[in-house]
Design a protein around this ligand. Structure first.
Ligand code: NAD
Length: 443
């Protein structure tokens, strides 16, 4: 099938590549000329496991094209995806300017019937706005061309996006058009082979499904962080509590890890946007408000533990920071907890030596050159001259450090473990002070 995808970010590029991988003919459009040029020269702008070789192979095979020429790309696709960003607006609601700009571009250039598929995460009612924007442009040029607007929210996880795209848990299609649903079923048939994964529903339910999924996941995280904070106060260990509740299948093991707060480009903005949508419809979403405020507080928790350890005297100290990305296996630092921590450390007059396996270039872009930040090439290099270690992202390579080496390297011998990677006994046996999240024995 001939497919066009607007936006070559985490969602658009992965989706386009996976569709090409199963044999579709995909044109990816972006307004970022440097990105498109890079992709045409084999430069993949994001880190996503498995993505780069797949992009190169499909590009070389002529099934995956990159262009800034929107008109030509619209001419190419019988299915046209919108996968551009929907960042938070000033009031927290989703800013639809990129989505609607693409809709207008489609309206201006479309020459034959197509199915327009919205993959961006957008508030309920956006499909109507996309439809209206396309129709307006068609009317302006006196064209009568049939088109459908379908909602097909994306559930891939950064860090495992290719795998999620190739083996999705479910594919949600929101549409009232049987023909459009049929077309998408054919498009997705290669990903839907051994059991039924496609869930067809009305457009509004599909739009809400995406927010419900992210809000549920964010709620689980904030819930566990809340219990972790209680555990810390009452002298209980959240890791024991986690093991005590996860075995209940009604609760489950997934997403019950306490930590330094959730970040990334989705949970924070999507919880906020869902709250705004509810407000706009006269409903106060109290639980979602709490999920957000617990997370905001949690992002400052590591710094609180540091302050507590040093009795507030952090000025002049040097902290090794392991992990800058908002989670492992990605280079994405949008809304990452590390950003809050670094800001707090700098404001308190501390120095940072940071290491992240993939996010170095993002950190350079975000922070620029500054005297109080050294970006290091390895985890152990970050320890040189450091007083204490803070673990912010749970990359696998941080899981089993040589604690004796850490003891030698860290002048103040303290570890602040924002992801509960270590066992307090093991760390303390090496002569280090240990602070985790919700590990009551450490207060
Ligand atoms: P991103 O910021 O990584 O990429 C967006 C891309 O769209 C950029 O390359 C930008 O240049 C391009 N763009 C903007 N306007 C354009 C236009 N008019 N024409 C062509 N390209 C244009 O965004 P992302 O992380 O891929 O997210 C895209 C959408 O998918 C968002 O709504 C997001 O909420 C949703 N989503 C993201 C994830 C995720 O893990 N990142 C998961 C599921 C859903």
């Amino acid at each position: 099938m001939r497919v066009t995808i607007f936006g070559t970010g985490y969602v658009g590029l992965v989706t386009g590549t996976c569709l090409a991988e199963v044999g579709h003919d995909v044109a990816c459009v972006d307004i970022d000329q440097a990105k498109v040029e890079g992709l045409n020269n084999g430069l993949v702008p994001i880190y996503e496991p498995g993505l780069e070789p797949m992009v190169k192979a499909n590009h070389a095979a002529g099934r995956l094209h990159f262009t800034t020429d929107a008109a030509a790309a619209i001419g190419h696709g019988e299915v046209i995806f919108i996968a551009v960003g929907t960042p938070p607006d000033e009031d927290g609601s989703a800013d639809l300017k990129y989505v609607l700009a693409v809709a207008r571009t489609i309206g201006r250039h479309i020459e034959r019937p197509a199915v327009v598929v919205n993959k961006s995460t957008v508030p309920v009612g956006t499909a109507d706005k996309v439809r209206a924007a396309i129709a307006e442009e068609l009317a302006a040029r006196g064209a009568v061309i049939g088109f459908e607007v379908v909602s097909n929210p994306e559930f891939l996880k950064e860090g495992d996006a290719v795998n999620d795209c190739m083996r999705p848990d479910r594919i949600v299609i929101g549409s009232s058009s049987a023909a459009a649903v049929e077309k998408l079923k054919r498009l997705y048939a290669p990903f839907n082979r051994n059991h039924e994964r496609i869930v067809v529903m009305d457009v509004r339910s599909a739009e809400l499904t995406k927010y419900a999924a992210n809000a549920m996941l964010a709620t689980k995280i904030s819930f566990m962080n809340e219990i972790a904070n209680i555990a810390e106060k009452v002298g209980a260990d959240i890791e024991m509590v986690r093991q005590g509740i996860g075995s209940d299948p009604r609760i489950g093991w997934h997403f019950i890890y306490p930590g330094a707060g959730y970040g990334g480009s989705c949970f924070p903005k999507d919880v906020q946007a869902l709250r705004r949508t509810a407000e706009q419809h006269g409903y106060r979403a109290e639980l979602l408000g709490s999920v957000e405020s617990v997370n905001e507080r949690q992002k400052g928790h590591l710094f609180e533990l540091i302050q507590r350890h040093y009795g507030g005297a952090v000025r002049g100290k040097t902290f090794a920071v392991w992990g800058l990305a908002f989670k492992p296996n990605t280079d994405d630092m949008r809304e990452a907890s590390s950003r809050r921590l670094l800001q707090q450390l700098w404001e308190a007059g501390a120095q940072v030596r940071a290491y992240d396996p993939e996010a170095r270039h993002e950190a350079e872009r975000i922070f620029g050159a500054r005297d109080d930040l050294v970006l290091c090439d390895s985890a152990y290099q970050a320890l040189a001259g450091a007083d204490a270690l803070v673990v912010v992202t749970e990359w696998k390579q941080f899981r089993s450090p040589d604690f004796a080496r850490l003891r030698q390297a860290l002048a103040d011998g303290a570890i602040f473990d924002g992801r509960n990677l270590y066992h307090p006994d093991e760390v303390e046996a090496a002569g280090l002070a240990y602070y985790g999240i919700g590990r009551g024995r450490s207060v």
